[in-house]
Design a protein around this ligand. Structure first.
Ligand SMILES: NC(=O)c1ccc[n+]([C@@H]2O[C@H](COP(=O)([O-])OP(=O)(O)OC[C@H]3O[C@@H](n4cnc5c(N)ncnc54)[C@H](OP(=O)(O)O)[C@@H]3O)[C@@H](O)[C@H]2O)c1
Length: 296
């Protein structure tokens, strides 16, 4: 843990789901909440009540003046203007370290604080946070958190993540958008994909619940295979085998019975064929036949 007490003092601007959880679990690890500022005074009061420390400060400039470490945990669209408003009043200085916790935006939106001399960074927890409830377990424990920003902010960020008992990894600032796109594909689009699979199985007169229960072992087994063998070698099925006859049957039925899924099946098949081709196991004729079937 950082032994410089001044560096352990922090303030929160935006006392919502993440801001309050962060304050509570950092304060349990010896970090000291000095000030809470939020749109509504009640939210900042809640943060003081839950952490048992710090004060409610209406003006965010005053809040950042109480310490060197600032977390701006407002909604994404407000982070930049909030930071600019504080910077305009020279709220930050050379000793300040300023973070936001957005996954989609990089530390570049904190440029105004940098102009005040501050170090800036973003720390993003790959986790969904519900509103904090008194006595709850830490939602940070064991999760993965990305860090990017200035060298000083990245180093302190690692200490902060470590104090939260989470795992940190660093990414380049200009890769923040693709990092977030990856999280969207891995989580949201997985849901989309499974929804597609369930709709196909519903065509076999199964309810969504039974369709999910039937597919679950296959889904989990596939995730385990990706973990054990990597995403290229985990691929099985007709495309990986170069079996264009089976794929052609799928497409005939989907085109006839569920044409709303025709393009999606072809698009996914096309990308799956690219993955299968990396293994070099499909002969050229089968690959060309499959490519023709997948043409949109
Ligand atoms: N929740 C998650 O699952 C999650 C996960 C990863 C990252 N994040 C990131 O964490 C950040 C906060 O998200 P959240 O889910 O905690 O949002 P949230 O629950 O909506 O909290 C945001 C807080 O910001 C306050 N606020 C709004 N405008 C403000 C302003 N102009 N000045 C000061 N405070 C203001 C709101 O105030 P009042 O309550 O005072 O009205 C609200 O309490 C975002 O960058 C988000 O992308 C969230």
């Amino acid at each position: 843990m950082n032994t410089n007490n001044k560096n352990l003092e922090f303030c929160i601007i935006g006392c919502g789901r993440l801001g309050i959880s962060l304050a509570v679990f950092l304060s349990k690890q010896g970090y000291i909440p000095k000030a809470f500022s939020s749109q509504r005074i009640e939210s900042a009061q809640k943060a003081v009540e839950f952490t048992g420390a710090g004060t409610v400060v209406e003006n965010p400039v005053e809040a950042v003046g109480t310490c060197n470490l600032t977390f701006i945990t407002t909604p994404d669209t407000i982070i930049e203007p909030v930071c600019e408003a504080i910077s305009k009043e020279n709220g930050f200085d050379n000793d300040s370290v300023v973070y936001h916790l957005s996954g989609a935006l990089s530390s570049s939106i904190l440029t105004s604080a940098k102009k005040n001399g501050a170090s800036t960074g973003s720390i993003h927890p790959l986790q969904a946070f519900a509103p904090y409830e008194k006595g709850q377990d830490s939602p940070f424990k064991g999760i993965n958190m990305s860090i990017e920003g200035d060298p000083k902010a990245v180093e302190l960020g690692k200490e902060i993540v470590n104090a939260l008992k989470a795992n940190s990894f660093t990414i380049p600032t200009d890769a923040k958008t693709v990092y977030h796109a990856s999280a969207v594909v891995a989580s949201n689009y997985l849901v989309t994909l499974e929804h597609f699979a369930l709709e196909l199985l519903k065509e076999a007169n199964l309810s969504e619940q039974s369709a999910y229960e039937i597919l679950e072992p296959l889904i989990m087994g596939t995730l385990n295979n990706i973990k054990a063998r990597g995403s290229i070698d985990a691929l099985t099925g007709p495309v990986a085998r170069g079996d264009d006859e089976i794929v052609s049957k799928h497409l005939n039925d989907i085109d006839k019975k569920m044409p709303q899924f025709s393009d999606l099946y072809r698009l996914l098949g096309k990308y799956t064929l690219d993955i299968a081709s990396k293994r070099g196991e499909i002969d050229d004729t089968a690959r060309q036949r499959l490519a023709k079937l997948f043409k949109l």
